[in-house]
Design a protein around this ligand. Structure first.
Ligand code: LLP
Length: 415
């Protein structure tokens, strides 16, 4: 729990607002974010990097609500995007195109055109064929595309295999051993301008050493490039800093940033980072109400109104999220599996949790600000949750709860 979510008189608060009052007024399931927590995370990053030319490109995929993007844009953030859709969100939220880096292994021609039209800072190119395509799209528009190559450093991020991206067997980036020759090719392309080098090795890293190992490999390659006469303006060391969900002990933002600065000491390049989770993860909570308590033969179930469509992380990665009652009770606690209404055994939010709760109580699923709403779906024709941002005592609805009618509005019955 962070300082922005805490109990006062047995009630869980976000900033100055009891979460239960939000659940009552706006219904559940709903995501609630603390603006102060968002701002604080960004400032910690910016302060830690103050002495060096840098750009913090918030990874939009972690949480792409316009209000959240707008908070970061106003703080001066850039953005890391992975689709044309995310670019449109950034622009709609007041973000600046010239602070956008575009990552992803499958950029379409249309997405390239859109990004060139908008004038983004850099394409993080992930393969030789992508480079060819970008050169020809830029040529057709009479433009020059700024690029870095995303290099796969073959470093073990020591995280969940689904979110580890910097190993040889992963689909991301260009092979370390081929990077130099692809850079040479890029240098000869008339509609490509080399501006940097990029790497991102994975997400929810709880140690600094893999980041440093990756940075060192990047720097060794930078030396080879410079010897070949290719000079870079920036180094993008990606995102991936983990947060505390349970008992993890990830490095503090300031320590992580300092170790990147140390690794880059004596280098003239502008530093770009692409943090997602660490800026939003612990700034958000998912509120959910207990519909039923069910005592099975072997287990107790708290059946809640949030499900795997709202928060997919437990089902997909067996991820742990702390689950807290919004109002503490004196009764004895029991063990529960906290499960949703979806017809799959994988539809759980948490298992074997000790809670003193009863039917009708509301729970907070903690650390849900990153990859919660942004990975939600409409499975089982469930409208997506409302989203709320709290700012001191003020409560703002930043996304209305979806209506079922919206879910099938684009569908047609045929004759
Ligand atoms: N940059 C690139 C190129 C990325 O692919 C990612 C995340 C980030 C930055 C931001 O990483 P972060 O700082 O948030 O770790 N859905 C998973 C996480 C997937 C991360 C994908 N890439 C989860 O819920 O744990």
């Amino acid at each position: 729990m962070t300082e922005y979510f805490k109990y006062q008189q047995a009630q869980l608060y976000v900033e100055s607002v009891p979460l239960e009052s939000i659940a009552q007024r706006y219904g559940t399931p709903c995501y609630v974010y603390s603006r102060a927590a968002l701002t604080d995370g960004y400032r910690q990053f910016a302060d830690a990097l103050k002495g060096r030319e840098h750009l913090i490109c918030y990874a939009v995929k972690a949480n792409s609500n316009l209000a959240i993007l707008n908070v970061f844009a106003r703080l001066g953030a850039g953005f890391d995007i992975v689709s044309g859709g995310e670019l449109q969100r950034v622009l709609a939220a007041g973000g600046q195109a010239n602070k956008v880096v575009f990552s992803g292994v499958g950029k379409t021609e249309e997405e390239m055109r859109m990004a060139l039209e908008a004038g983004i800072l850099c394409f993080n190119v992930e393969s030789a064929p992508e480079l060819d395509r970008l050169n020809s799209v830029a040529a057709s528009m009479g433009k020059v595309a700024p690029i870095s190559l995303r290099v796969n450093p073959d470093v073990d991020a020591k995280t969940h295999p689904y979110i580890s991206t910097g190993l040889k067997q992963n689909k991301f980036g260009v092979a370390y051993t081929e990077a130099l020759s692809i850079y040479r090719k890029a240098a000869a392309m008339p509609h490509i301008r080399i501006t940097g080098m990029d790497c991102h090795i994975g997400s929810q890293l709880t140690e600094t050493s893999p980041f440093i190992a990756a940075a060192e490999k990047v720097l060794a390659l930078v030396d080879q490039l410079e010897a070949a006469g290719i000079v870079l303006e920036h180094l993008d060391l990606g995102g991936g800093l983990g947060i505390r969900y349970d008992d993890e002990t990830p490095p503090a933002i300031a320590d992580y940033a300092q170790s990147l600065l140390n690794a880059l000491e004596g280098r003239p390049h502008k530093l770009i980072v692409e943090p997602g989770r660490v800026l939003v993860g612990n700034a958000g909570v998912l509120l959910t109400r207990i519909e039923y308590i069910k005592h099975g033969e072997e287990k107790n179930f708290a059946i809640v109104d949030a499900a795997m469509n709202d928060l997919m992380r437990p089902a997909l990665y067996d991820a742990y999220h702390a689950i807290l009652p919004l109002r503490e009770r004196d009764e004895a606690a029991q063990h529960y599996d906290i499960v949703g209404p979806i017809c799959e055994t994988g539809d759980f939010i948490g298992r074997g949790r000790e809670l003193a709760v009863t039917q009708g109580d509301t729970l907070g699923v903690m650390s849900a600000g990153a990859y919660g709403m942004s990975m939600s779906s409409n499975y089982n024709t469930r409208p997506r949750a409302a989203e709320i941002m709290v700012d001191g005592v003020a409560i703002h609805v930043i996304r209305e709860r979806e209506l079922v009618s919206q879910l099938f509005a684009a569908e047609k019955i045929i004759a």
